[in-house]
Design a protein around this ligand. Structure first.
Ligand code: GDP
Length: 431
């Protein structure tokens, strides 16, 4: 079964070549492709070391490996809120505008009240007067006081005064709502830093919209570097998003997701269970189909040969054509990308571009001689050959050179990847 996993990893690496080789690749892709790639690589690594259990279908076994890896990637265990040993616990909520921060304030207060803790909400979002009204209404609804000073005061002052009031009332938990922006910006970060300095929060929770997808990694990274988050809350999981953002949060920040939001009501907040989230990602993704299809197009001999070729850096244009065909058999790039957890946000335009790239490359390979396909070095060494291929394919000489150098880059990358995996090999490899 190890060959199957290596093959899957190979396929992924292969497909990502086309995605990342696009000149107009979306910048956010560069952030999350590594997350997805490292995920596939660690699944492969684990799977290679897994013995086939008698009586269990290999696909099911793989799904378990993938599931376990997803659970690990998301932190493994449930991560509880941390409370201050003395004085009020301060929870600072940060996040972009519209992600559900204000709603989370009320949800958290409702949750904590049920635990028997007294709460106070602090309205430090001074940019939207409506935000203060919204918080006041929500506070009433859950029966907790809301501290506000209107829109003129400084957020850090409001937070400080709010905390003072909470202390005098012996409130257990103070939840500070802050202003978001449409995008990460300096003013927002500076304001958060000041609020942080003023109230020294026990928890700084980043609220992330589950629909965020690819940008999640950059977003989490920015907040974590600037203000140092202690965890995250993933909202709007009642929608049809697969929740790929959950994968980036722990990976990028090292901090766990503590809660998820599943609706607009104050009751719709639950602790985050990595195993349930893994099942959601798996259930809505198609890892099982990916395995089944990879299995269908790959036979053991081919896989062994491919592996040998990669290891000895002999991957050539014939192999390229063969693998492209295998992918077509599995049902297009977009299907395969859709089956890989966390990659469901690659845009259709990017996929079309990747598919166009492949067609473009194929048209040049098709006019090569058998020798040239087998030994790309011939093309690398001879300008005459490159010119001929360009002419016959109706492309420029530069485009042919690019294709050749891409193949060499691919060789190096795949060889590195395979070598990395083989280092962790077990005797199961020989099966
Ligand atoms: P803020 O700008 O971050 O404070 O966001 P709000 O708390 O004002 O929420 C923005 C919108 O998202 C509101 O219409 C909320 O009702 C809605 N919302 C918040 N959390 C959830 C959730 O978990 N699920 C759904 N479906 N909607 C949510």
């Amino acid at each position: 079964m190890s060959h199957l996993f290596q093959y899957m990893a190979f396929l992924w690496s292969y497909i990502s070549t086309f995605l990342s080789s696009q000149s107009n690749a979306h910048p956010t892709l560069q952030v999350s492709v590594p997350v997805a790639r490292s995920f596939i690589e660690s699944v492969t690594e684990k799977a290679v070391g897994t013995d086939v259990i008698r009586g269990v279908q290999p696909e099911q076994q793989l799904v378990k490996v993938v599931n376990d890896e997803l659970v690990q990637l998301m932190g493994g265990e449930v991560s509880d809120l941390v409370f201050a040993k003395t004085g009020p616990t301060v929870i600072l909520l940060a996040g972009l505008q519209g992600v559900g921060k204000t709603t989370v304030c009320a949800k958290l207060a409702f949750y904590l009240k049920k635990m028997g803790k007294s709460c106070m909400l602090v309205a430090a979002d001074v940019y939207r007067p409506a935000a203060i009204d919204q918080l006041t209404i929500l506070g009433k609804k859950v029966g907790v006081p809301v501290y506000s000073e209107g829109t003129e005061a400084k957020p850090s002052e409001i937070a400080k005064n709010g905390l003072k009031e909470a202390k005098s009332k012996k409130t257990d938990v103070v939840i500070v709502d802050t202003a978001g922006r449409l995008q990460v910006d300096k003013a927002m970060m500076n304001e958060l830093k000041e609020v942080k300095k003023a109230v020294k929060p026990t928890e700084i929770l980043l609220v992330v919209d589950a629909m965020t997808g690819q940008e999640a990694a950059a977003l989490v990274g920015a907040f974590n570097v600037e203000i140092g988050i202690t965890g995250a809350i993933l909202t709007k999981l009642d929608g049809d998003s697969r929740g790929g953002a959950a994968l980036s949060i722990k990976e990028v920040s090292g901090k766990p997701i503590k809660f998820i939001g599943r609706g607009e009501r104050v009751e719709d907040l639950e602790p985050f269970y990595p195993d349930r989230m893994a099942q959601r990602i798996l259930g809505m993704g198609d890892v099982l189909s990916f395995v089944e299809q990879a299995q269908q197009v790959m036979n053991q001999e081919d896989a062994e040969e491919l592996q040998k070729k990669i290891m000895s850096a002999k991957f050539n244009f014939n192999d390229f054509l063969k693998q492209t065909k295998a992918i077509a058999q599995m049902g297009s790039f977009s299907r395969i990308i859709g089956m890989i957890p966390g990659m469901n946000k690659v845009t259709p335009a990017q996929i079309r571009e990747a598919e166009k790239n492949v067609k473009f490359m194929e048209s040049m390979i098709n006019v090569m001689t058998a020798d040239e396909r087998e030994r790309p070095e011939l093309l690398a060494e001879s300008r005459e050959r490159r010119r001929r291929v360009a002419k016959d394919a109706g492309k420029t000489e530069q485009q042919v050179s690019q294709l050749v150098s891409q193949l060499f880059q691919m060789r190096t990358r795949m060889q590195k990847m395979m070598a990395g995996m083989q280092g962790k090999d077990t005797p199961d490899m020989e099966n």
